[in-house]
Design a protein around this ligand. Structure first.
Ligand code: MN
Length: 247
């Protein structure tokens, strides 16, 4: 099943179902997708992100492979929805796309063993890790680089785990041209390993997001682009791009 949060034509916020025929439904009512506003599929207290989790991406950034997951955070203000406009921070030249599979946590958890981690994952969605390299490359904690408003579009759906194959493709398209592609069997640290490592240090809450890193092919976004993150089995997260400060 694919779950979607949306605002219906009367303004009510619903947690309903996404259908592949272009409709969404809740409580016996069905709507065309363009009659509703798609919202982020969850409301995370934090987005826990993972850097350098595909060897080919670490390579293109000229960075060594980590011996444990490289973790960083995006706060709730970074979350944006399918259809929202990604705003490139004013004055930043190199703001790049990173397509990622994101796991959404279903229950409060801590000290989860890797072999039990699947039980705390509610499902999967797409995440666009919008990355401001101008600042990221000048700072250690990546707050300016990764945590700015709107830097984490997610969605459009929360797909039950069985939809996503172990070798699912994770891709970015810009204006219809493919820019990035990797497959989940290339992850250095798997979702269960990431959940185990993260919950050694912190409690994950229902709706929290664990984003699993990006494959090779990152490149700058430009004003007017349409960027699409596709995860096989989930679907496509689509966002326009606008430079901040444009009238
Ligand atoms: Mn990333």
């Amino acid at each position: 099943m694919k779950h979607v949060r949306f605002r219906d034509p009367n303004g009510a916020t619903r947690r309903g179902r996404w259908h592949d025929d272009g409709t969404v439904s809740f409580g016996g009512e069905s709507f065309d997708r363009d009659e509703v506003t798609v919202l982020p599929p969850c409301e995370p207290s934090k987005v826990v992100c993972v850097g350098r989790n595909y060897a080919a991406h670490a390579d293109e950034r000229d960075e060594a492979l980590p011996d444990r997951p490289l973790l960083f955070l995006k706060p709730p203000n970074a979350v944006a929805a399918h259809g929202d406009t990604v705003r490139l921070p004013a004055g930043k030249e190199r703001v790049e796309h990173e397509c990622e599979l994101a796991a959404v946590i279903g229950e409060q958890c801590r000290h989860v063993d890797a072999d039990e981690a699947e039980s705390v994952v509610a499902g999967y969605t797409c995440l666009l890790d919008v990355s401001n390299r101008d600042d990221q490359d000048r700072e250690t904690n990546w707050v300016r680089g990764k945590a700015f408003d709107g830097a984490a579009p997610i969605g459009p759906v929360l797909a039950d785990p069985e939809h996503v194959p172990d070798d699912a493709a994770v891709e970015t398209y810009v204006d219809g041209s493919r820019r990035q592609r990797g497959t989940l069997d290339q992850l250095i640290f798997s979702v269960p390993e990431l959940v185990a490592e993260i919950t050694t240090y912190m409690t994950l809450e229902p709706g929290d997001v664990v984003s699993t890193g990006t494959p090779a092919g990152v490149a700058p976004l430009a004003d007017g682009d349409e960027v699409r993150v596709r995860v096989e089995g989930v679907g496509s997260l689509v966002n326009g791009v606008e430079r901040e400060g444009n009238a």
